[in-house]
Design a protein. Structure first.
Lengths: 345, 398
């Protein structure tokens, strides 16, 4: 971490420590919008971290955003911060003014005619709470970034297993702002996968901290369960998985900063999402096993992170989907190109 | 209320638990390493042209003194050591590039590997000036090879149970006992032996430089492994005399020195690339079948490979800054061994081709070698359980 990232880390961690309590998350899961938390994130510029200075953003990098996204994942912050950051990144690239309100990002099956958007987007994060959604549409001339107001969208509510809103939004000739995207047509999925990978790194980091903490406190057979080798070995595995995702996601961010077209970062982003997916399955299982029955209760906070990991691993492309892409690319390049390709990046 | 009970919250545990986890900072290889990489690749393309793939699959278990001397002439051994000892004062990154290229190509680096990786650095840290002058230049030239005398019949993971005794006598020590699983002892010029100089569990251990070629009372017996190879040995000492000036560091500090040495042993890219050639040949077989068969599994392996490389580079970055990445090295070795060991399993699941010994295709032969060899990957250099114990201690659990 450089100096700026250390400052950013201190400030986002303090903000989330203060404003994300178990009650905040529980209430959000019951449908209460955490307004105070969201306002604080806006005031501190967190939602606009990837928006250029010229558009009143922080003008920061993906490596800086890593710090914020990881902290939000570790805290299970029940707000569309990652989506707002992603939307801000795309709007910034397209030179579209960032609207006030809650801006989310969506993937859908859309047509764009004379500045009017029609079509359906499924599983849109916080669709019901958002005032706007950003997407990309490929028209005859290329890829356009679209900022759609949600006032006229039809909304069908749904949730992922973390009880985060994932709503279906339908648009019928809704007037939208557009701009040349300067990004590949799959940029929502691509950079969405990157943001999820970083959030997952944060959630995994939380799992290891919480599990070690618990293992040192919980006593059975006359000693803390963390003194038993069976538990130690499991927690060691959990920690190595968390560490792997942390660096894989950081690598994805570093690459995203280095290239001008998202396509050129797809390899690293795919690596991060696959690694995060694989790690999540192992890590959630260990964390729950170590916590025993108490971790299976709603009252205990462990599941805020584990349910997010179970949701996020499938969002913006599951590990299987990205692995499939990585594998096809690898096979197409051929056996002898594997090592030169990996080392040239 | 116990704090695992009702009312504990996410924020609560985050505030209370500021435990230190590992540090894996991203580390990018400097631009200047590109020329070196190209040079190493050209060298390997020429040198390995006629080496069969199954031989190359042995990587750092394969031994070829002539190859080691050529590497020495290139300046690729002892790369980080001071020039006064025959070293080349290069960066940790230059060294990393040479190592990973050697391993990925399956170069027979085994002869000089241990001396370059750990015995040389050990002598630089703890050896006498005389020992450094005598030995390091020869190691850097690729002419002097090492083995590590740690394990014994009754002392494997429990290193403090070492029994081989070095008794003080006039002008030196008289050594009696047996070392076991000593890789490369039959080719090595020297052993760094860990011997018992007193009864104290930890402070009774001392490291010695043992001249294996010129000492009476040493019997080296190769042990055939399950694959039919004889990489490791039993080394028996019967009243073998080791002079005073061959003691490494100080008497009784062996335990502490071994700890530092193992950090070197565990930190390199050899801890995730041991099955890399099988990965390449597996991809080649899948290519032959056409289409996208196996793409998803290959993609997963690529994701793990790339992540392990970033972790390994991160360790190299810490070494370059003079930091001690012992814990991070254990993490990479543990994850790396799982990855390496999974490779023959994945190959079997995807292709279902029987492994062979002696007459098969490159793929079948490499699969034959690695299917039999991978169990050792989580034993050598510290077992999986020992490494995870070290990691657990790092997490504050022990």
């Amino acid at each position: 971490m450089n100096e700026m990232q250390t400052l950013l880390n201190d400030s986002i961690t303090k903000l989330l420590d203060d404003l994300v309590t178990a009650d905040t998350i529980r209430q959000a899961e019951d449908g209460t919008w955490p307004a105070a938390l969201w306002e604080a994130l806006i005031e501190n510029g967190m939602t606009r971290i990837l928006v250029p200075d010229a558009q009143e953003g922080a003008g920061a990098t993906w490596e800086d955003a890593y710090v914020v996204l990881k902290a939000s994942g570790a805290a299970s912050a029940p707000v569309p911060l990652a989506e707002a950051i992603l939307a801000g990144f795309m709007l910034g690239r397209a030179g579209i003014a960032i609207p006030d309100g809650v801006v989310t990002a969506m993937e859908g099956d859309f047509t764009l005619e004379n500045g009017r958007l029609s079509g359906v987007a499924r599983a849109v994060p916080w669709g019901r709470n958002a005032t706007h959604a950003v997407t990309l549409v490929e028209s005859g001339w290329g890829v356009e970034t679209v900022l759609a107001p949600l006032h006229y969208a039809r909304i069908e509510k749904d949730m992922n297993v973390a009880r985060e809103p994932r709503d279906t939004l339908s648009f019928d000739h809704v007037v939208v702002d557009t701009g040349w995207a300067g990004l590949p047509g799959n940029a929502v999925r691509l950079y969405g996968a990157l943001t999820r990978s970083v959030q997952m790194a944060g959630a995994l980091d939380y799992l290891i901290r919480q599990s070690v903490h618990y293992a040192n406190e919980r006593t059975q057979f006359g000693k803390p369960i963390g003194k038993f080798q069976a538990i130690q070995q499991q927690l060691a595995v959990l920690s190595t998985q968390a560490a792997a995702v942390g660096i894989a996601a950081a690598h994805g961010c570093a690459r995203a900063d280095k290239v001008t077209s998202g396509d050129a970062a797809a390899f690293e982003i795919a690596v991060a999402k696959v690694r995060a997916d694989d790690a999540s399955s192992i890590a959630t299982s260990i964390a729950h096993q170590v916590h025993g029955a108490i971790g299976f209760t709603y009252e205990h906070g462990l599941h805020f992170a584990t349910r997010r990991l179970w949701s996020w691993r499938a969002e913006f492309g599951s590990g299987a989907e990205w692995a499939d892409w990585l594998g096809r690319e690898t096979l197409a390049r051929g056996a002898d190109e594997l090592w030169p390709y990996v080392t040239a990046r | 209320m116990t704090d695992w009970g009702c009312g504990s919250s996410v924020a609560f545990s985050r505030k209370k638990n500021k435990m230190q986890t590992f540090r894996f900072d991203l580390c990018e290889l400097p631009e200047e390493t590109k020329g070196l990489r190209a040079e190493v690749r050209a060298f390997l393309a020429e040198e390995l042209r006629h080496v069969p793939l199954v031989t190359r699959a042995q990587t750092w278990s394969g031994s070829d003194p002539e190859f080691s001397r050529k590497m020495g002439a290139k300046g690729w051994i002892g790369m980080r050591w001071p020039k006064q000892y025959g070293g080349h004062e290069r960066s940790a990154f230059d060294r990393y590039v040479v190592l990973e290229e050697m391993l990925a190509a399956g170069a027979p680096v085994g002869a000089h590997w241990i001396g370059d990786r750990q015995s040389g650095p050990l002598l630089l840290n703890f050896g006498t000036e005389e020992q450094r002058q005598l030995i390091l230049p020869k190691v850097a030239r690729g002419e002097c090879y090492f083995c590590i005398g740690m394990s014994e019949p009754d002392s494997g993971s429990d290193l403090a149970a070492t029994r081989t005794k070095a008794e003080k006598v006039e002008g030196g020590y008289r050594v009696n006992g047996t070392k076991l699983w000593t890789s490369g002892a039959q080719h090595a010029h020297y052993m760094i032996g860990l011997f018992r100089t007193s009864a104290d569990k930890h402070t009774g251990l001392t490291q010695f430089l043992v001249d294996l070629k010129n000492t009476d009372g040493i019997t080296i017996r190769p042990i055939r492994d399950l694959a039919g190879n004889s990489h490791f040995n039993e080394v028996a000492f019967q009243d073998a005399f080791v002079p005073d000036n061959m003691l490494v560091g100080s008497e009784g500090s062996g335990w502490a020195q071994v700890g530092a040495e193992l950090a070197f042993e565990r930190s390199g890219p050899e801890r995730y690339l041991s099955s890399f050639l099988l990965m390449v040949e597996m991809i080649r077989e899948l290519q032959k079948r056409g289409g996208a068969e196996g793409a998803r599994e290959v993609g997963r392996l690529v994701a793990h490979l790339v992540t392990l490389r970033q972790m390994s580079l991160s360790v190299a970055g810490m070494l370059d800054k003079g930091e001690n990445p012992a814990l991070e090295a254990s993490v990479v070795k543990d994850l790396g061994a799982v990855f390496e060991q999974d490779m023959p399993v994945k190959a079997h699941e995807l292709l279902g081709i029987a492994p062979t010994i002696g007459g098969g295709s490159d793929y079948e032969e490499v699969l034959g070698y690695l299917t039999q060899t991978v169990p050792s990957f989580s034993l050598r250099g510290g077992t999986r359980e020992i490494l995870r114990g070290i990691i657990a201690r790092g997490l504050g659990l022990r």
